[in-house]
Design a protein around this ligand. Sequence first.
Ligand SMILES: *Cc1c(COP(=O)(O)O)cnc(C)c1O
Length: 357
Amino acid sequence: MKYNFSAGPAILPKEVFSEAAQAVTDYDNTGLSLLELSHRGPEFTAILDEAVRLPLELLGLSEDDYQCLFLTGGASSQFFMTAMNLLNENYHGYYIDTGTWSTKAIKEAKLFGKIEVLASSKEDNYKSIPKKYASSKSSGYLHYTSNNTIFGTQYQSLPDHGALDLICDMSSDIFSRPLPGKNYGIIYAGAQKNLGPAGTTLVIIKKSLLKQINSGLTSMLDYKIHAAKNSSFNTPPVFPIYVSLLTMRWIKNNGGVEAMAKRNQQKAEAIYQEIERNNLFDGFAAKEDRSYMNATFTIKQKDLEEQFLEDCANAGVVGIKGHRSVGGFRASIYNAMDIQGINKLVEVMKAFESKHS
Ligand SMILES: *Cc1c(COP(=O)(O)O)cnc(C)c1O
């Protein structure tokens, strides 16, 4: 038995893996693999229609106001697509820098216009979310990363955004909880953290923004074209979309994002409680900004780091090594991780403390 705490590609529900496997050999008794079915045929059309409807249903967004796209190029391509499609003389980009992914989004956006970074927690080594900044801007968007996968911090409410549309990189916490508000212009998420396999990115865009997309863009990078063609301007990533759909069905059948939030909170609290109690470990992120998806922690005695990883591996706990820019450990506890996995990790931490104190 393995307990997969990897940050991404990451754990998905067991039922999703087996249904996906079945679809690869024989999709829905068609005698054909999903992988060989036309993306314009009735089977995949039905998959896509449900896949663009369910995100809105799960997040409580109206189909009158929002449209979902499944694009390629990863969340990283959204760093520039958002800016390229939207920035103009009257519509400006504002950013909050909360770590590696926001820093990258800022770098890419700069290629397409003048943007402004309103706040950064860089000085703090991104242990916290900056809360004080001037946000009285009147036209444009505020880009932020709702969950900082690497540093283990997470917004617990909407950032202060005045009249700005919110653009949110929700790659590592989409569908982990209800949306904390409704002022989103764009939500995007690479599938491989909490939604599906690597290879597609979910983009939820406010329809009114589609009317102000810059002209002259290359077709593949133009939201307007992908929206008009329902994500089938070119061949969409059929398998990642199908598996993402299976995960969304699983979320819906298990009580929706409210139930996910409750479970995720219990899981995260169990880990943080142990990090605080255990004499060997220190939590990394500021307590009020701690993530319910990626718990980051370090070990006081550096020389024990490798041994802890070994003990984890022997207990089937994998993917726990921290990102190189933080060090230590990171337990990624996405929707599909159940409480048994958390209990196992806590058990290993307790046993490690007994052995070394
Ligand atoms: C993983 C991650 C990304 C990068 O996603 P790609 O799909 O690899 O481009 C961006 N933002 C956040 C918050 C992430 O966790």
